[in-house]
Design a protein around this ligand. Structure first.
Ligand code: FE2
Ligand code: MN
Length: 470
């Protein structure tokens, strides 16, 4: 037993790392020292630090940090008491804490850490095994703030209004139609405001995009540049097909719960995803002129998310419509696939094409898609906020748990795509770093928006201002 971040704790951590086969394997290619810094709260300077000299799966030195260690460390990771507590209790993972901005890299780049996520997890696992107590250096264990219990007076009383209310006689049901009831349509709810925007902004036609200049620009690209754009588009197109195919169980669940306004909006959601499938196929047909199988561009982490996690989380709603199953589906679909992956992908497209001043058709497409996706994401943020306001902390914990499962593979998709190129000669002069940082910022904004619902009533969520966070 030794106090967190004390000399004894540092030594015990070094020993635990050297005894851990999991760490040795995961960190086999790791080179360089790590400085971990502890602050009492986010605004204060670091009060304690631990220096770990790590080399190829071994810990060569572990001790309390000194003033000159920043200079000698490849990475400096800074977190407050609440964050270290959550990491060491297993309530969050290193990459999630980084993406949420709870753990900060004050030295070193996130892109350089990405290939070592498994090593970071094994390191934290070893630290968890080192018992820590508050004795000795005056660090009181801090637990995460507990939110006030959410008791939601339903001032939107018909938020749940099943279409089929009773079966008075055998085989006979009474249907209830909201649109001819006094409830009518609640125009002033977030889904109806999104539906209104979708009707105005989501009506562009993929067949109308002019790709004539794009075709000329494509012909002038170098081979590796074509490979880069084909890879990006092959990931996108299969992603668009996935979200088109996989959303139906969610729409059925929402429809069966009698949430008419949400169902109206979701019709535009599905139609927009369908247009995204069409427009990327037009790129292959009318710009790149490729008909071959492009599955080779799908890396292991891509397959995990799109071949496994997404269809299973959504498909589960066919048989399990519990609030937690809905939240897991929405985190997977909206927060991870749309929020982290699609949005980052549009940003890559935009940066590459705009910087080079090529392919005006595809530039237009990426701007249109970004607009559509901002509404999809706003719906996801609304849905998760509604579920949190309705079901309280267990629901919020389920959101965090699902996020912890998926953030690692999602970020690995970005890393794996860039790792296919010589790092000194990535086509279009691109690198993963700025994109991962962009994804982090967007992700954190949305999570913070959803977290607000922990202290809100259902009426607050329905009365909330716009859910778009762009
Ligand atoms: Fe889409
Ligand atoms: Mn979408």
């Amino acid at each position: 037993m030794s106090a967190l971040f004390s000399q004894a704790w540092a030594h015990a951590l070094g020993e635990a790392l050297n005894a851990s086969a999991a760490y040795r394997d995961a960190a086999a290619t790791w080179e360089g020292a790590l400085l971990l810094e502890w602050l009492p709260d986010p605004q204060s300077p670091p009060e304690h630090s631990v220096y770990l000299d790590l080399w190829h799966g071994a810990c060569r030195e572990a001790r309390v940090g000194t003033a000159s260690d920043t200079e000698h460390s490849a990475f400096v990771l800074r977190g407050d008491a609440v964050t270290w507590d959550a990491l060491l209790d297993g309530r969050t993972s290193p990459i999630t804490a980084l993406l949420r901005g709870k753990l900060k890299l004050s030295k070193g780049s996130l892109a350089a850490l990405l290939p070592h996520v498994a090593a970071a997890n094994a390191l934290v696992e070893a630290a968890r095994q080192v018992q820590h107590s508050a004795a000795g250096i005056g660090i009181a264990p801090v637990s995460a703030p507990v939110s006030a219990p959410v008791s939601a007076p339903m001032s939107v009383p018909e938020a749940v209004a099943p279409n089929i209310v009773a079966a008075p006689a055998a085989g006979e049901s009474v249907r209830r139609f909201q649109s001819i009831s006094p409830t009518a349509l609640r125009y002033d709810t977030p889904p109806m405001r999104l539906w209104d925007k979708a009707k105005r902004l989501g009506i562009w036609n993929p067949a109308d995009i002019d790709f004539s200049q794009d075709r000329k620009d494509w012909a002038a690209l170098a081979d590796d540049e074509r490979d880069f754009l084909l890879r990006l588009t092959a990931m996108f197109e299969a992603g668009e097909e996935s979200v088109t195919a996989d959303i139906l169980p969610l729409m059925m669940a929402i429809s069966d719960e009698g949430r008419l306004e949400e169902e109206l909006y979701l019709t535009s959601f599905l139609w927009e995803e369908a247009k995204h499938v069409e427009v990327f196929r037009r790129f292959f047909d009318d710009v790149a002129g490729v008909r071959e199988d492009l599955t080779r561009y799908h890396t292991p982490s891509y397959r995990r998310i799109f071949y496994d996690e997404l269809p299973h989380a959504m498909g589960r709603l066919r048989t399990d419509r519990s609030p937690i199953a809905q939240a897991r589906a929405s985190v997977t679909y909206n927060m991870i696939v749309e929020g982290v992956l699609a949005e980052t992908g549009y940003y890559v497209y935009h940066q590459v094409l705009q910087t080079r001043g090529i392919m005006p058709g595809m530039q237009k497409v990426s701007a249109l898609l970004k607009g559509d996706e901002s509404r999809h994401l706003a719906y996801g943020v609304f849905l998760l906020s509604r579920l949190v306001a309705e079901h309280g902390d267990p629901l919020w914990q389920a959101i965090l748990a699902r996020m912890n499962e998926l953030v690692d593979p999602a970020v690995q998709i970005v890393h794996e795509a860039f790792a296919c190129y010589d790092p000194t000669r990535v086509p279009f002069g691109q690198s993963a770093g700025p994109y991962v940082e962009y994804a982090m910022g967007q992700f954190e904004k949305r999570m913070a928006r959803i977290e607000r619902a922990r202290a809100q009533t259902l009426a607050d969520v329905y009365g909330g201002e716009e859910y778009e966070t762009n």
